[in-house]
Every structure is written in structure tokens, then in C-alpha cells.
Design a binder for this molecule. Structure first.
Ligand SMILES: *Cc1c(COP(=O)(O)O)cnc(C)c1O
Length: 400
């Protein structure tokens, strides 16, 4: 046995959790941590939510998996629920965000070929994140995710995020484009929120050119930004939407939803997944959707997220080390003027789990949608104080 048999793919913090309850995680020594990251936007209902626990234990006792050679009633139920919520027509189920985006990319290519475009291309954005498979890392706008893995998958054209004019220029120059793939709010890039009319203007441009508008809601979906999908706050409908993270509250499941001309492109033999949409994962997702609706957690995320933003602004606005405080619902960020990666470790020592993303200057918070007022105040209080101490130490260091 090798001394370290795990491949070295993650820079992990040295803590291991044994159990969780709501917004709290407990390590092997019984120390507790307030989880302001929800396993990277996955456990939106918090840890060990009783409705999800019940759904998966009941289902596990009955039937976990059959394969897609057979009808799976729970998969059909989940497709009904999701397409109804999203105003879409059809659903394909897989096991992760990258896989959901792979399905969307394949749909766009089929769509292109159906229109006689031999080398169909998809417009993707700067600083985007779409996953780690070869196609999705090629779509991702981050050289660090791509370096060493060339040759990349071709067929992607890049425009800066939140720049409709740049996409218009591409429309004028590139007859191969058949679709646009974009995150409504860029998550990994540091919770970058575009202009209010960005999606609406992209929708118009896609309509004018006969392109598919494909939204990557892997992170923003499932209630996180205050509506089931973020686009539901923009007054438009996409042709394709992908989601994953929060859909199963920790049970792996992804979905690619499609509408209109994109809804019936996939035919038997075109695409598939052995595990995709198995009874266990679908039971978890149905319990998640029931709970989001029954407990009005979307409304709660909108209201509590807005309050946390206000409170962070009251604590930190105007400080010379703060560049921006932004977000929507329970997807929040504090951008500093200086690199602050250590804050992830410092916050963990204070019992709060968060992460620093983007260019290492953005503190990202993705708390569970079930967060209480008291827990929210605790996060704002501890994180604001940590930022102030960190900034003071840094400026001492600089002047010393
Ligand atoms: C996390 C993420 C993905 C990738 O999801 P995986 O489940 O890790 O494959 C894709 N797109 C966005 C916007 C994400 O945040």
C-alpha cells in the first residue's frame, strides 16, 4: 500500500466530520462548526434533513437501482415536478453537474447538425465554470483548469461575462454558433452577478440568431438564489437548463431540462447513464423539492440573504480593504482588495466553514437555506470580525 493512496487532487483542510445536523457539522473530537458552505451548495436543506433521510432510507429498503433498461416511475415523477417548476418540456437525469452540462453540449451539437451546421460552436464566457470532464473543462473559462489536458475539445467560442455586445460581435463573425452556455451568476469565479437585463438581452440575441440559450444552474438552482432557478427572476425562459448540486441534498443527481425545439432532440442511442435517475437519487430529489416548497425555503433564502448582505455592508462597507459585497439569496460574497486565501483556515479555527474563490480575493458563503436568524447573525458577526482582524494584520505586516 502506498503511504498516501488517495490521488492528490484536493487541497484539503485538516478536519474530518463525523456527523451533521442542520447548519452544523461535528468533527471526530466533538467540536462543532457552522457550515456556511453547505458542502459547496449541495446541502441546501442542511445536514441530515429528516425528510431526505426518511425518503432515502425508505427507498433503500425497497429498491435502489434497476438501470434505465426499465421504466422508473420515480424518475417520471421527478421529471414532471422539475419541468413544471421550470416551465420546461423534458428532463434527462445524470449524476453530477459536469454530466448535466455534457448533456447540454451534446444537445447543442445535435441541434446544430439538425440545422445543417457541420461544425457547431457554443458561446461560453470568460471565468465560467462548467465542470471537469474534457468537454466541460474546455467550456470552462479558466486556464488553470485546462493546462496540461490539451488537446481541448473544440467548438467553443469565448466572450467576456456580462458583455452582450461581445456576443453580438461573435454573432456577426461566426456562422457556426448554435448556442450560448452561461451561468446566471458565476459561482466559482467569485459570485459574479451580471446586470439585471443580461439574461433578457442574451435571450433576445439567441432568438434573433436561432441559437439555444443554455443556462448552467448547477450551483444557482434548487432555491439557492431565492427562486427555484435563478432565471425565474429575470422574466425569460432558457431552451436548456442544467442543475445538480442542491438537487439531491448530497445524494448525487444531475438534470438537463429542455424546452421547445431542444426538448426532443435526443433519441434512443444518443445519450445515457447507467446510474442516472435511479430510484434512490430520484426519491432524494423529490423529498428536496417537497421540502423547498412546503417550508417556503426559496422565499426564506431571498429574504435572509438580503438581510445578511445588508448586515455585512453595515459592518464592512467603506473599508479600504473591501472591494465589493454582493450576492443573491444564499449565495453571498465579500471581495477584498487583497488575496485572503488564509481566511478559509482562520474561519475554520473560529468554527465557521467558508471558502475563498475566484482570484483568491473573494470570500464565498453558501449557507443552507434552512439557516436560522441566530445562525445568520453568528456568520455575519464572526466573518466580519475576522476580515477586520485579517486586514489590520496585513497592513501592519506591510508597514513593518
Ligand atoms: C460545481 C459546478 C459544476 C460541476 O459540477 P460537478 O457536480 O462537480 O460535476 C458545473 N457548473 C457549475 C456552475 C458549478 O458550480
Amino acid at each position: 500500500m502506498a503511504s498516501q493512496p488517495l490521488m492528490n487532487t484536493y487541497a484539503r483542510l485538516s478536519v474530518a466530520f463525523e456527523r451533521g445536523e442542520g447548519a452544523w457539522l461535528y468533527d471526530e473530537k466533538g467540536n462543532k462548526f457552522l457550515d456556511a458552505l453547505s458542502g459547496l451548495a449541495v446541502c441546501g436543506l442542511g445536514h441530515a434533513h429528516p425528510a431526505v433521510t426518511r425518503a432515502i432510507s425508505d427507498q433503500a429498503a425497497k429498491l435502489i437501482h434497476t438501470s434505465n433498461l426499465y421504466t422508473i416511475p420515480l424518475q417520471q415523477q421527478l421529471a414532471d415536478r422539475l419541468t413544471q417548476i421550470a416551465d420546461m418540456d423534458t428532463a434527462f437525469f445524470c449524476n453530477s453537474g459536469a454530466e448535466a452540462n455534457e448533456a447540454a453540449i451534446k444537445l447543442a451539437r445535435l441541434y446544430g447538425h439538425s440545422r445543417g451546421v457541420e461544425n457547431p460552436a457554443i458561446v461560453v464566457m470568460g471565468q465560467s465554470f462548467h465542470g471537469r470532464t474534457l468537454a466541460t473543462l474546455s467550456a470552462t473559462g479558466n486556464r488553470k483548469a485546462q493546462a496540461g489536458f490539451e488537446p481541448l475539445v473544440s467548438g467553443f467560442v469565448r466572450a467576456p461575462f456580462n458583455d452582450v455586445e461581445a456576443v453580438k460581435t461573435i454573432a456577426g463573425n461566426n456562422p457556426n454558433v448554435v448556442a450560448v452556455l452561461v451561468e446566471p451568476i458565476q459561482g466559482e469565479a467569485g459570485v459574479r452577478v451580471p446586470d439585471d437585463d443580461y439574461l433578457e438581452r442574451l435571450r433576445l440575441l439567441c432568438d434573433q440568431n436561432g441559437w439555444l440559450l443554455m443556462l448552467d444552474e448547477v450551483q444557482t438552482g434548487n432555491g439557492r438564489t431565492g427562486s427555484y432557478f435563478a432565471y425565474q427572476q429575470s422574466g425569460i425562459l432558457p431552451d436548456v437548463v442544467t442543475t445538480a448540486k442542491g438537487l439531491g441534498n448530497g445524494v448525487p443527481i444531475g438534470a438537463c431540462l429542455a424546452r421547445g425545439k431542444a426538448a426532443h432532440l435526443l433519441k434512443p442511442g444518443h445519450h445515457g447513464s447507467t446510474f442516472g435517475g435511479n430510484p434512490l437519487a430520484c426519491a432524494a430529489a423529490l423529498a428536496v423539492i417537497d421540502t423547498l416548497e412546503k417550508d417556503n425555503l426559496m422565499g426564506r433564502a431571498a429574504e435572509l440573504g438580503a438581510r445578511m448582505l445588508d448586515d455585512f455592508r453595515t459592518e464592512l462597507d467603506g473599508a479600504d480593504y473591501i472591494r465589493d459585497i454582493r450576492g443573491k439569496g444564499m449565495m453571498l460574497a465579500i471581495e477584498m482588495n487583497q488575496p485572503c486565501t488564509e481566511l478559509g483556515v482562520l474561519a475554520k479555527v473560529k468554527g465557521i466553514l467558508l471558502n475563498v474563490t475566484g482570484d483568491g480575493k473573494v470570500i464565498r458563503l453558501l449557507p443552507p437555506l434552512t439557516l436560522s436568524d441566530t445562525e445568520a447573525s453568528l456568520i455575519v458577526g464572526v466573518v466580519s470580525k475576522l476580515i477586520k482582524i485579517f486586514a489590520a494584520d496585513e497592513s501592519d505586516g506591510a508597514s513593518a
